[in-house]
Write a protein that binds this ligand. Structure first.
Ligand code: GRF
Length: 193
């Protein structure tokens, strides 16, 4: 029998990508969101999860980095894959070891450019603009113990004009994210690892 795919979605903030994922897999025949986790009780993405009747968990830095609490929740929910959707903390080695090649992230630029610690949200788009780039985009990649360094699974590009504001760049990139992330997750979980 094929093992059902059960996703854990990690988020730290708005959760617009997470919502696209909840919606895409809501009535999916083989893949479901099993649990939604956050480091921040204020994360708007948690409210979105509640609207989809998904169980949520919040954890502290100590629980995340220095205990197996989160891993225990994942095991209890029979999670098979971890999906990072705007999650800001580095994934600790206990989770990387428990889910090798089974953790995915989305980054709002064309890695390896504009990645690494501290490169998130508008900081990325500001750096892209300051560098005078003529295109930007999204990178969906596997996660290891270093920021933004796992195997690249998908990149999508969009042209940018030097006159674009940071907000305009962000808007273009977000459109790409919403259009591609759920579909790339669907393909990735079905690929042999
Ligand atoms: C996205 O730009 C994603 O690429 C990055 O964090 C942002 C999250 O946005 N990792 P949202 O919370 O999904 O709206």
């Amino acid at each position: 029998m094929i093992k059902p795919v059960r996703l854990a979605v990690f988020l730290s903030g708005t959760g617009s990508n997470a919502e696209k994922i909840f919606s895409y897999f809501k009535n999916h025949s083989t893949i479901e969101v099993a649990i939604v986790l956050s480091n921040s009780p204020q994360a708007a993405g948690l409210q979105r999860a509640v609207k989809f009747n998904l169980p949520t968990r919040v954890f502290s830095k100590t629980q995340f980095r220095e205990s197996d609490k989160v891993l225990a929740w994942l095991k209890e929910a029979e999670v098979t894959h971890l999906v990072l959707a705007g999650f800001l903390w580095l994934i600790p080695s206990n989770l990387v070891l428990a889910y090798p090649h089974h953790i995915i992230n989305i980054h709002p630029a064309l890695l390896p450019k504009f990645g690494g610690k501290g490169m998130y949200g508008n900081k990325v788009h500001e750096a892209v603009k300051a560098a005078g780039e003529r295109e930007t985009g999204i990178t969906i990649h596997e996660v290891n113990e270093r920021y933004d360094e796992g195997k690249v699974l998908f990149q999508g590009k969009c042209p940018i004009h030097p006159k674009y504001s940071v907000e305009q760049i962000a808007e273009q990139v977000q459109r790409l994210e919403h259009a591609h992330y759920p579909r790339v997750i669907e393909q990735w979980v079905n690929e042999p690892k």
